[in-house]
Design a protein. Structure first.
Length: 157
């Protein structure tokens, strides 16, 4: 199916908007390492996924979603969440008070060609509270040429 001229224009504008938005983020938050914990700079790591310039495998998607939480990229988080479990919106009421402290990938398991799991620990603080350790085993599905986050379970809870 060939997209209409209006569809093509919409996606072109959306793409340009993302590039300009990410250029702004990079200039304001330039770091020597990506937020996801890898040694590459953000613009050469998760920034490629946030801008739509690259497709992520399950572990890369998990890392890019963590970076999206750090940067408050709600649209990206919702776009990479599978439609069967995606919420209508995310609660960012504490976002300004949240400081993300790090991500550790414990395990990345490809179950088959369309299913994968990533076990991770993300640490963050909200306000003046003690640090929280979020331990999750996330399920991912490959559909329409890309990976999506589906759901997660919390070991030990």
């Amino acid at each position: 199916m060939v997209p209409s001229a209006a569809d093509a224009q919409f996606y072109c504008i959306k793409f340009v908007h993302r590039i300009l938005f990410l250029e702004c983020i990079v200039s304001m938050t330039s770091t020597s390492h990506c937020y996801c914990g890898l040694s590459s700079p953000y613009e050469q790591c998760c920034g490629l996924f946030h801008s739509g310039l690259a497709r992520a495998a399950a572990e890369q998607l998990m890392r890019s979603r963590y970076s999206a939480y750090v940067l408050g990229l709600e649209e990206y988080l919702l776009e990479t969440w599978h439609e069967s479990t995606r919420p209508a919106s995310l609660d960012y009421s504490d976002a300004a008070k949240t400081k993300w402290l790090g991500l550790e990938i414990r395990r990345n398991s490809v179950i088959d060609s369309t299913h994968a799991q990533v076990e991770f620990i993300a640490r963050y603080k909200t306000g003046g509270q003690s640090a929280v350790r979020l331990h999750e085993i996330s399920d991912f599905i490959f559909e329409d040429g890309r990976w999506f986050y589906v759901s997660g379970v919390f070991p030990g809870k």
